[in-house]
Design a protein. Structure first.
Length: 127
């Protein structure tokens, strides 16, 4: 398991989340609340997902993360990164490509850490 989750956008490492940072209790509770909210279903790629599986949840949260990065919404960025890093310890990278208003991404699991990655100071702050 990698201790880091890297968020790469257009071949540039934009975020580096350190899994060694322990989340306070209220932040862990917030992640549980995210799970509860998603259990009721959500829209993914234009289709209603009534009973999402773990990969669909990861895809949904990743979409939220990437949109939050576009809007520079630090709270949602922190919550989304914390969720992905904590719920998917085998996830090593989110690799996204932005082309105009379109964003595509891949979730990479159990992959070797990035070489020469740029560290970004990032401390999760959930509200």
């Amino acid at each position: 398991m990698s201790n880091k989750l890297y968020i790469v956008m257009n071949d540039v490492t934009r975020l580096e989340y350190d899994r060694n940072i322990r989340l306070p209790g209220h932040q862990r509770e917030f992640l549980d609340k995210m799970d509860e909210d998603m259990a009721g279903g959500f829209e993914l790629a234009g289709e209603l997902v009534a009973s999402p599986n773990p990969i669909q949840r990861a895809q949904f949260v990743t979409m939220q993360l990437l949109m939050a990065m576009q809007r520079e919404d630090e709270g949602l960025i922190a919550a989304s990164c914390a969720y992905l890093a904590n719920r998917y310890p085998e996830m090593t990278r989110v690799v996204a490509t932005e082309q105009g208003e379109q964003i595509s991404f891949n979730l990479l699991f159990n992959e070797e850490p990035l070489q020469n990655a740029v560290a970004v100071n990032f401390e999760p702050k959930l509200h």
